[in-house]
Design a protein around this ligand. Structure first.
Ligand SMILES: [Zn+2]
Length: 448
């Protein structure tokens, strides 16, 4: 993703203006983009192994890692970024966020149906762009954006980031959540049958034909994962219907996440072999054992107690013990927030990182919290072979923090540096996104 223009600017920074112009005129773009960035990492954290190596050098070229190690020679003309005082590590993943909605106390009393009515999709898309940058600022380089995004504001955000219009996390978006009629709401006939009143943001699919069509519609409009309401209604989807979702999505190369809120729903989703389950309310010891046996990801959306109004002490206690039980059962855990609301005084990234408190309360070892936030996040997003790990050939995303997150997970609260697609987004604790902005997409206008 590294665009030619930005490296050219740094390559010629030291040259006299006339020579710079000559250089620009003579060099083909491919040579300009071959500028090497060398990062000196005082400590380099490998979350897979749960280890830290010291004094490492990481080379980045054309937006990808080209060398990582202690004895890597820094090319003479490389741009050097000195992070010797920091711990460098892969970017974080939020496996369940809603960037294109922000409901709040005023004026909608935290009822997000009213947000649908009041905030049109273009505004929601701009909110999503802002929330995406706030997440990237907090170190989240990948976000799975799981619905409630108006009329595909999530796809607009993903495509805009891929085209290079603005910085943001890599987005794995679900399009519109598919459910039986009504989705997570109980609409009036006026809403549901004629859509004469703003309809809740769900795709109705009550029959096999409608299931196939809904999956194809989301794929057509840019979804990269399919999200379904397994049991938002008492009738919900059967295991066979969930299998149909999985089979139809697989034809398009997409996985299926289930919103699950009952034990029965969880049982059917697990029986069908769903990819990931969102929310923890339907997950007990038996369900966790089933998920571990089938390798089903848990996106438990474990709201911390500090986010007053979005959980309560009894609920939080169940959340903490459920997370602990999932870890004891070796369920593939992901870090997920379900962030879709405004918390006074906090931006979206600060809301998301607050969720480490629940993991601390569940006494999950820091190494496993880090694996949930990185390695398993890459796997649930299916990016593990293209981006995520700091390894040769991977797209160059990384973050750096003070201290050692293996010792204290709170180190993640102060992300000092963010590299995304080989470009610096944050440096010395300050967002510096200028390199990402430009007059037109160099890359990707054919991409959907
Ligand atoms: Zn959600």
């Amino acid at each position: 993703m590294r665009r030619p223009a930005a490296p050219a600017a740094s390559a010629v920074a030291a040259a006299p203006a006339a020579a710079a112009l000559l250089l620009l005129a003579l060099l083909p773009l491919s040579d300009l983009s071959a500028q090497v960035t060398a990062i000196r990492a005082g400590r380099l954290l490998d979350p897979e192994a749960g280890t830290v190596s010291t004094n490492q050098v990481i080379l980045v070229e054309k937006g990808k890692f080209t060398a990582v190690g202690a004895n890597v020679a820094i090319p003479r003309d490389a741009t050097v970024i000195d992070l010797s005082d920091l711990t460098v590590m892969p970017g974080l993943v939020d496996a369940h966020n809603h960037l294109a909605i922000t409901y709040k106390e005023e004026p909608e009393s935290n009822v997000y149906y009213f947000t649908y009515v009041m905030d049109p999709t273009p505004l929601r898309a701009i909110q999503a762009a802002s929330n995406g940058m706030q997440m990237l600022n907090a170190g989240f380089t990948i976000v799975r954006d799981m619905g409630n995004a108006g009329n595909y504001a999530d796809a607009a955000l993903r495509i805009a980031i891929e085209q290079g219009w603005l910085p943001g996390p890599t987005i794995i978006n679900s399009g519109i959540i598919i459910g039986g009629m009504g989705g997570q709401f109980w609409p009036t006939p006026e809403m549901a049958k004629d859509h004469n009143i703003v309809y809740p943001e769900y795709l109705d699919a009550d029959t096999p034909d409608e299931i196939v069509k809904a999956v194809r519609q989301n794929a057509l409009f840019g979804a990269k994962v399919i999200k379904i309401c397994v049991d938002c209604k008492p009738w919900g989807y059967t295991a066979d219907e969930i299998r149909l979702f999985i089979a139809e999505s697989a034809k398009i190369g997409l996985k299926v996440e289930g919103h699950v809120q009952t034990v029965d729903g969880a049982r059917r989703a697990i029986e069908a072999g769903i990819w990931s389950i969102a929310h923890d309310v339907g997950l007990n010891d038996e369900m966790h054992k089933g998920m571990a046996a089938k390798g089903i990801f848990r996106a438990g959306t474990e709201t911390p107690i500090a986010l007053t109004g979005h959980t309560n002490p009894q609920r939080y206690e169940r959340t903490v013990s459920g997370l602990r039980n999932a870890w004891e059962n070796k369920v593939p855990l992901t870090f997920s927030t379900d962030a879709d609301y405004y918390v006074p005084g906090k931006n979206r990234g600060e809301v998301a990182i607050e969720f480490i408190e629940t993991w601390k309360a569940a006494k999950i070892p820091n190494a496993d919290v880090l694996r949930a936030m990185t390695v398993n996040g890459f796997r649930v997003s299916e990016t593990e072979k293209t981006r995520g790990p700091i390894a040769v050939g991977m797209i160059a995303d990384l973050i750096a923090v003070r201290g050692d997150p293996l010792e204290s997970i709170d180190a993640l609260r102060d992300v000092r540096f963010v590299l995304k697609d080989g470009m610096v987004f944050k440096r010395d604790g300050v967002m510096t996104p200028a390199e990402f902005f430009h007059g037109g997409p160099v890359n990707g206008w054919r991409i959907r």
